[in-house]
Ligand binder design. Structure first.
Ligand code: SIN
Length: 184
């Protein structure tokens, strides 16, 4: 998978004059925080559902045998819980490389647990990207996750750590928890 979104993302938002930007994480960005942040707050976004529909050729799989990681799918009324981080704009240089396999930065309103809100950026891999795999029966998705592994480690670790992090956030994501129970 040689197509990357790094250049596209660089042109998508203008950070000029901003000292910090909110980032919303809903997948590995919840539990693998390999970037500096100023502030961190649990948050929810509306209208998006988390799904293991994105192929991972660079982190949790290989180009020959991609794994599956999460992206967001538009679903009116759906609530997606995650973690928001206030970061300095330079942090996106690192994040764009980390999320290069199909993810584009979108702007979204986020609601914090005290009902205050802010605008944040979220990485979404849309159906148009080359690594998108789309839906499949949950047993098949769990099987693919069970057998995949890449430079960032086993795909199963991604799923189990995400499920654990969502539980810690008090979230009940039926899609993630069903895959977790198939895997176990
Ligand atoms: C995210 O966590 O917000 C994006 C998807 C991922 O990196 O797992």
């Amino acid at each position: 998978m040689t197509i990357t979104t790094v250049e596209h993302n660089r042109l998508r938002q203008n950070f000029e004059g901003l000292s910090s930007v909110w980032l919303f994480g809903y997948g590995s960005l919840i539990y693998k925080v390999d970037f500096p942040f100023i502030e961190q707050r649990p948050a929810t976004i509306e209208g998006w559902a988390r799904r293991f529909w994105q192929g991972s050729h660079d982190h949790r799989g290989t180009p020959e045998a991609p794994g599956r990681v999460v992206t967001l799918i538009e679903q009116p009324g759906a609530l997606c819980k995650g973690m928001a981080y206030r970061v300095s704009p330079e942090v996106f240089e690192h994040l764009d490389i980390r999320e290069k396999n199909g993810y584009l930065r979108f702007s979204t309103p986020m609601v914090f647990h005290d009902d205050s809100s802010a605008e944040g950026l979220v990485y979404i891999a849309t159906a148009e990207n080359a690594a998108f795999l789309g839906p499949a029966p949950s047993v098949d998705i769990a099987r693919q996750i069970a057998r995949s592994s890449g430079p960032s480690g086993p795909n199963s670790e991604y799923l189990l750590k995400l499920a654990e992090a969502l539980r810690a956030l008090g979230d009940h994501d039926p899609h993630v928890f069903e895959l977790e129970s198939h895997l176990r």
